[in-house]
Each structure stands twice: as structure tokens, then as C-alpha cells.
Design a protein around this ligand. Sequence first.
Ligand SMILES: Nc1ncnc2c1ncn2[C@@H]1O[C@H](COP(=O)(O)OP(=O)(O)O)[C@@H](O)[C@H]1O
Ligand SMILES: Cc1ncc(C[n+]2csc(CCOP(=O)(O)OP(=O)(O)O)c2C)c(N)n1
Ligand SMILES: [Mg+2]
Ligand SMILES: [Mg+2]
Ligand SMILES: [Mg+2]
Length: 347
Amino acid sequence: MAALRRRNPPVPGAPDEFALIAELFAPLSASYPGALSLTDDAALMDVPSGRQLVLTMDSMVAGVHFFADDPPDLIARKLIRVNLSDLAAKGAQPFAIMLSAAFPHATDGVWLRRFAQGLAEDCRAFAIALIGGDTVATPGPLTLTLTAFGQVPQGRALLRSGAVAGDQIWLSGSLGDSALGLVARQGGLPHLSTSCRDHLIARYLLPEPRVTIGPGLIGLAHAGMDVSDGLIQDVGHMARQSGLAAEIRVDLLPLSPPAQTALAADNSCLATILGGGDDYEVLFTAPQSEAGAIQRLAAHTGIALTVIGTMGAGQGVRVVDRDGNAVAVAHEGWRHFTDAGEEQWSG
Ligand SMILES: Nc1ncnc2c1ncn2[C@@H]1O[C@H](COP(=O)(O)OP(=O)(O)O)[C@@H](O)[C@H]1O
Ligand SMILES: Cc1ncc(C[n+]2csc(CCOP(=O)(O)OP(=O)(O)O)c2C)c(N)n1
Ligand SMILES: [Mg+2]
Ligand SMILES: [Mg+2]
Ligand SMILES: [Mg+2]
């Protein structure tokens, strides 16, 4: 039998698999005894009675979700945040994560330490523990998968299917910054000032999961999901799961000042805002009778909550202006597999 050989020479300063786990990942498990300090085959989890676990998993691949030369701490934090966004959209309180990491062979120790620092920073910021995972080396691009665990009161999670005809459709924060930031990153939006570009690119690099909004919506909202692929595609998922039609008013969409500036200078930015994705905002529906309580939640958390449309009988998503005229949508959202065989935004 041929001897097993390393395919690549060792990278100077890079810890091996077990040193990496012990030195960089195990400290992030310290607050969770069931993680067994990342020294066993699996983690143990208790679920308090009257509570329900909410589980989600999202992957990020270099060249697809981020750029390979993005700052490693921000890659780690974005990975955590896109998953916490899904928990927030269910109304869940996050408490733990598991990480599966496939690092390219050439990854060096400095990069790995900065990556682990990013994980540590957001574990602290969101009061979550890293309770397990897997570490491999790959000849392919950096590929990261995170599972996030949250809790809700039993049976109270917000579902995509819960919307009721007549509900108002709400959106947290603001729309389109991240997708515009990606355009700016790729050399687009040259007319924008440096500060506008920096704002948009920062939103692309580091989304803000609405962890304080989600749990506050339980009892107020009928349905919830997060916007990751693009508003129109994602509203379409909610409308379909609820057996309803959605109407979205473009004039009501919450836009940051830089996004407003970009749109005023170039109307084609509307397509990016409506379907560009990477927003990680919470989309939810609620009866009009809860509008006051929802505005109080916005004031309490300091996060804008805006009515952007209504749910009604029928199917599909209609996008209209303030006079009710239909607005054409160039692309609805991101799809990983298309007829062209590659990732792209679909119309
Ligand atoms: N490979 C898979 N195996 C099992 N379930 C999957 C897989 N990919 C996606 N799903 C499930 O399909 C649903 C929709 O996934 P997705 O579109 O990725 O949602 P989100 O945009 O919220 O991450 C989720 O319930 C997710 O868990
Ligand atoms: C380098 C780069 N190119 C393109 C995009 C745009 N993009 C990639 S995946 C995606 C959708 C969200 O990712 P997905 O894996 O579908 O997450 P999920 O919807 O499952 O949360 C978007 C908008 C990006 N974020 N980075
Ligand atoms: Mg997903
Ligand atoms: Mg989601
Ligand atoms: Mg998606």
C-alpha cells in the first residue's frame, strides 16, 4: 500500500486539526457544559420543558457568498449572523452553534487565528456557544457550514405559512444596502461618495441579524421569515406557504440614505434593491390591530419596522407604486442552480 503523504507542504504557523480545535475553538465552548470542551464525539443538549428547539443551517462558499480575500474575522461573523437571522425570523432566542469548516490546504495560522477571533467576538456579542463541529482541509474553495440552535416557547415559532388575508407586510431595518455594496465592491456605482460606498460595503460584509426583533414579535406577528435571496423571491415563498397573494409597495420600502442616493442617480438600482438579496432583515405579517405594539417594539429595540405591503386572497407577488400601477421587477432573487448551470439572480 502506498504511504499516505501530505498533498501540500505544511503551512508555516498553521496549527494542525487537533491543535486548531483545542486552541482556537474549544475556548468558545466554555459557557456550554454539554459541549464537553470539544473533547468528545458529540455534544449533549437539554431542552427546558415548555420550550421548543429551532434549528437552522446555512453554508457559505468562497466566491459564492463572500470573496476569498475578505477579512477572515468578518467571514466568520457573517457566517454566524446569516444563521442567527433565520432564528430571529422564527422568533427564536439563539444559544448555540455548530461549525463545519473545510479550509483550503494553503490556509495559514494568521488567517485561522483571525477567523477564530471573529467567531469569538460574535459568540460573545450574541451570547452563544460553539458546541461542536468538524474540521477538514480541502483542495477546493473555503466552505463553511454553520448550524444554529435557538429556543422558542413551545408551539409559538413564527412560520412562513401563518399569514392571514388582510395582514400588513412588515420589514425590519432597510433594504438593498448589502446587494448595492456587492455592486460597489465589484466596481459599480462609481458616482457614489466614498462614505456611501463604505456604508454599503460594510453592510455586505457584516449583516445585522435582528435577534431582538424576532422574539418580540411572538404574539404580534402571524408569519415570519428572513430576506436572504431577494425581497420579491422571499415574499413569494411566504405568500405561497400561506396560500395568499402579496402586494409590495415600492414607495414604502425602507432605504438607507446611501441606497436612496444610489437609486436617485441610477434607477437600475431598484432591481438590485428588490432582488439582490443578502439583506438578512426580518419580513413578517401582522394584523393591523397590532401596528401600535409593533411600532413600540421598533422604538424599544431601536430597529426600524416598516409596513411595505399587504397580504390578500390569491397567489403571487405584485409590485406596485403608490398609485397602484404595476412596477416591473428585473430579478426576484438569487438561485443556486439555474438553467445556465450556475448561480445567479433570476427574473
Ligand atoms: N440539503 C438540504 N437538506 C435538507 N433540507 C434542506 C436542504 N437544503 C435546504 N433545506 C431546507 O429547505 C428549507 C428552505 O431552505 P432555504 O431556501 O435555504 O431557506 P433559508 O433561505 O431560510 O436559508 C429549509 O427548511 C431548509 O432547512
Ligand atoms: C461574492 C458574492 N457573489 C454573489 C453574492 C450574492 N449572493 C450569493 S448567495 C446569495 C443568497 C443567499 O445565500 P443562500 O445560500 O441562498 O442563503 P439562504 O437563502 O439559504 O439563507 C446572494 C444574494 C455574494 N453574497 N457574494
Ligand atoms: Mg438556507
Ligand atoms: Mg431564511
Ligand atoms: Mg437562499
